[in-house]
Unconditional design. Structure first.
Length: 150
């Protein structure tokens, strides 16, 4: 994971990506017991342009390809982890990235969504498995409550 997070951090410092936050299952592991996951989801706040609603990930993929990372479908394999770069979809996603928590993993700075945002996004998407393999939206609420009180 260290190599993956270092590459993402360097991309931020080099201006390849703007403000970002790790979300979904990997983000949830900062608050809950680790769960099995296949990828790292990096949510990025892209600049909005009035002339087009389209967002391109081409600069990200191009940059990573020049660094020798392999592209596999919608993922870029950085270290041993498939990484998916995702634009924020709405005001909740924008807020989740803006209010992400700065943490260090093995000495590498990174940004992680707050527990509240992880749960809110899971509830919004209707994905009962998120965060932390919750079986239902109700379970996601109780997990969120437990995170806040612990």
């Amino acid at each position: 994971m260290k190599e993956t997070l270092e590459a993402i951090h360097r991309m931020r410092l080099e201006g390849v990506i703007g403000t970002y936050a790790i979300g979904d299952a990997v983000g949830a592991t900062f608050y809950l017991e680790p769960v099995a996951t296949l990828d790292v989801d990096v949510f990025v706040a892209f600049a909005k342009h009035a002339d087009t609603p389209l967002i391109t990930l081409a600069p990200i993929y191009s940059h990573l390809k020049t660094k020798g990372y392999a592209l596999r479908g919608e993922y870029v394999v950085i270290g041993k982890w498939p990484v998916q770069f995702l634009p924020t979809a709405d005001a909740l996603g924008d807020e989740a990235v803006a209010e992400a928590v700065d943490v260090e993993v093995e000495g590498t700075p990174t940004r992680v969504m707050t527990a509240e945002h992880l749960v809110a996004i899971a509830l919004q998407l209707g994905r009962g498995k998120d965060p932390g393999s919750c079986n239902s939206s109700r379970q996601a609420f109780w997990t969120w409550r437990d995170c806040r009180t612990s």
